[in-house]
Design a protein. Structure first.
Lengths: 431, 273
């Protein structure tokens, strides 16, 4: 393996130009101080970081075609996208009317979508001791044609961004608005979230809150790699030279999740109006741990393409390319070194780096003690559970405390996910 | 990449502020050398003299960029430019063919066509980003160093080692990192509040102006250079074609304007090894 240092050197030079001492006046950098720089990578640390879209500001995805005046401007909106402090309970909501946990639903950090402690800032969003690292790197590995690349001359250069292995906990949140069938509705009127006004706009407003870290529970970071694919010119691919821009992404996430829709009794509940969401109601996922590797060096990558013929031309394709049907590549995909298979046909040395998993709940107790380690029917400290809504800010007609009952449906996990091929094609262009 | 932007404006202002050192001092020193007065020998300057140079203590960066959009302050800030040389009023049909406000991408070995962003405009305003130098682990005030919480994370020294385990960053200790210089960009979060609306008038956000970001793309589709048998259109560079409508549009805006308001806070450090 070998590093490609040119980019790092260039950027590093700029960094050093700007980054000399500020405590005393200008200091010269002599050869000896520069000799400490290897040009191996650029590091990025972030301290007291917070990011908040205004409650009324949004990212919107619109439909494929205009269906009449105004319709092309309304499908799905994501408002108030926020990344804020999650170490402390104190928080705020978009409506600004206050929020907080009753403490009974395991939602201390999930009642409020945004943290307010430390001004909302995340102290160790990326520590100086465990920063984001951007570097150009070369890795050994099989390419698409099954060739094993291991020399400095033939190993492809990969640009990679490696995330922290540990951070403070964050809150990530947004509120969403999905509008349908505008032509038959009055966009200025409510509402679907409650159904009192038949003939109003058909929409659903929701909030999504994640409280956790962008790393797995065992400290595996997220990684993004960009490269030019290698070896796609074999007979496996229909075009003479199909090498193109490729992306590998290892997604890592651990923490708790809440999705809710219910609004407080005095919330406006109108299209485009910032809702005042109920603080407890919703669907909860506790102790989630997920790792999903999309792409493997150098024989699988996310690539971008288009439909090339037929009636769906004009549409775009995102594809996690198929694992090449080559024995050596398959062995690498499944096994850590030469496959060791026992008499039952089971692999004894699986390749853990290609294994994705999603765990909705902490399985430690279950693995140790069996069924007694499962969460109880009303537990709120683990697994997947629902909380009914309705008592805030004060009980109204027909609303009692019992509507906030908890139903825990247990823990769930998917292990051993290896994605062989995935292809996403848009629809709508050329219609 | 093909890019037809008739209404593009770009502006950066650099404002000296009182703290930090290097950037302006280097700039001023360079300019001074160019304008040295003939007849006098060069004289050395010591640190204290350099310390008196105006603007030597860091810079504030404010930036505005308008792509096919209106830069005038007010309700139209960030709106699409209209007229014969501007964008078209979106109608889901002919407006997608607008040639003034489109951007197209082509990836390697995808040269049969272009991914075309149709009838779009964008704008970004960045207010008062502070750029300065720092010692990573120094005092948060005197050295622009990080907070105690940031240093509470355990050292992951593998980040700074090569594949053989050799350290690439000093001796790969926290002490070494603490004493390393870095570039620091800082936003002091200015925050914002939401005010609920009245009947017929949605609520408004005020503040949230560290960054203003507007973006609008009416349609997105792949356009091809060559027709297939049975097509009624003729060959033309895909980046200027409009034969396939759209599969998606998107927008970044505010309910009450053409730009989303964003509050950003924090210190960003860049260092190399």
């Amino acid at each position: 393996m070998r590093r490609n240092n040119s980019l790092s050197h260039l950027l590093l030079g700029a960094a050093l130009t700007l980054g000399a001492s500020q405590v005393i006046a200008l200091q010269e950098l002599d050869d000896s101080s520069l000799s400490d720089v290897q040009g191996a990578g650029l590091a990025f640390a972030m301290d007291d970081f917070s990011f908040r879209f205004a409650p009324t500001s949004y990212i919107e995805l619109t439909g494929t075609q205009a269906q009449g005046a105004g319709w092309e401007r309304g499908d799905a909106r994501y408002y108030g996208l926020s990344i804020t402090n999650g170490e402390q309970i104190a928080g705020m909501d978009w409506h600004g009317s206050g929020c907080g946990s009753g403490g009974a639903f395991g939602n201390d950090h999930l009642a409020c979508p945004m943290g307010t402690d430390n001004g909302g800032g995340i102290g160790a969003f990326a520590s100086i001791y465990d920063p984001y690292v951007l570097r150009a790197y070369k890795y050994e590995g099989y390419d698409y044609s099954g060739a094993y690349l291991s020399t400095p001359a033939n190993m492809p250069t990969v640009m990679e961004l490696i995330g922290p292995s540990d951070t403070d906990r964050w809150r990530w949140s947004f509120w969403g608005e999905l509008e349908v069938d505008r032509l038959n509705n009055n966009p200025a009127d409510g509402a679907l979230n409650n159904s009192y006004n038949v003939g109003g706009a058909d929409f659903l407003q929701s909030q999504t809150i994640i409280h956790g870290k962008p790393v797995t529970k065992d400290g595996r970071p997220a990684r993004l790699r960009l490269m030019r694919t290698t070896g796609m010119d074999s007979a496996l691919y229909p075009w003479a030279d199909s090498n193109t821009f490729g992306i590998n992404y290892e997604s890592a996430l651990s923490g708790d999740f809440r999705f809710s829709v219910r609004q407080k009794a005095n919330s406006e509940d109108r299209l485009h109006w910032v809702p005042d969401f109920e603080d407890n109601e919703g669907m909860y996922f506790k102790n989630v741990d997920a790792y999903l590797p999309l792409g493997q060096l150098h024989y699988q990558a996310l690539t971008l393409d288009a439909v090339r013929s037929g009636s769906e031309r004009g549409n775009f394709i995102i594809e996690l390319t198929r694992i090449p049907n080559i024995a050596a590549v398959y062995e690498d995909f499944y096994c850590d070194g030469p496959c060791n298979i026992n008499g039952n046909g089971e692999i004894q040395n699986p390749n853990e780096d290609t294994l994705g998993y999603v765990r909705w709940g902490d399985f430690t107790d279950f693995d140790l003690n069996g069924p007694s380690g499962l969460p109880g029917a009303t537990d709120t400290n683990n697994g997947i559970y629902f909380v009914g809504g309705g008592t805030e800010p004060s009980p109204g007609a027909g609303v009692t405390a019992s509507t906030q009952d908890v139903t825990n449906i247990g823990i769930s996990r998917i292990e051993g996910m290896r994605i062989h091929h995935m292809k996403i094609t848009t629809l709508g262009a050329g219609q | 990449m093909m890019n037809r932007a008739l209404g593009t404006q770009f502006c950066i202002s650099l404002s000296p502020v009182a703290r930090g050192k290097t950037f302006w001092a280097a700039l001023v020193a360079g300019i001074s050398m160019l304008f040295a007065i003939p007849g006098y020998a060069l004289e050395s300057m010591d640190d204290s003299e350099m310390g008196a140079v105006t603007g030597q203590e860091g810079v504030l960066i404010s930036l505005e960029y308008y792509y096919n959009s209106d830069p005038s302050p007010g309700v139209n800030q960030g709106a699409a430019l209209g007229g014969a040389f501007g964008c078209s009023a979106p109608n889901g049909g002919t407006s997608l063919a607008n040639q003034n406000c489109r951007l197209a991408l082509q990836l390697e070995n995808r040269d049969f066509g272009w991914l075309v962003f149709k009838n779009g405009h964008a704008s970004v305003v960045m207010n008062r980003l502070s750029l300065d130098a720092a010692f990573l682990g120094g005092d948060p005030v005197a050295d622009n160093g990080v907070s105690t919480a940031n240093k509470a994370i355990a050292l992951n020294d593998e980040k700074f080692r090569d594949e053989s385990g050799a350290c690439l960053f000093g001796d790969c200790t926290t002490t070494w990192i603490d004493n390393s210089p870095a570039v620091r960009a800082q936003y002091i979060e200015t925050g914002g509040i939401y005010t609920a609306g009245s009947p017929g008038q949605p609520g408004t956000s005020t503040g949230y102006n560290d960054v203003l970001l507007g973006m609008y793309v009416e349609g997105l589709a792949v356009e091809y250079n060559q027709p297939q048998a049975g097509d009624s259109w003729t060959a033309a560079p895909g980046w200027q074609a409009n034969n396939f409508g759209s599969f998606l549009g998107f927008e970044i805006a505010d309910n009450n304007g053409h730009q989303a308001g964003i509050a950003i806070g924090g210190n960003f450090y860049m260092y190399g090894f």
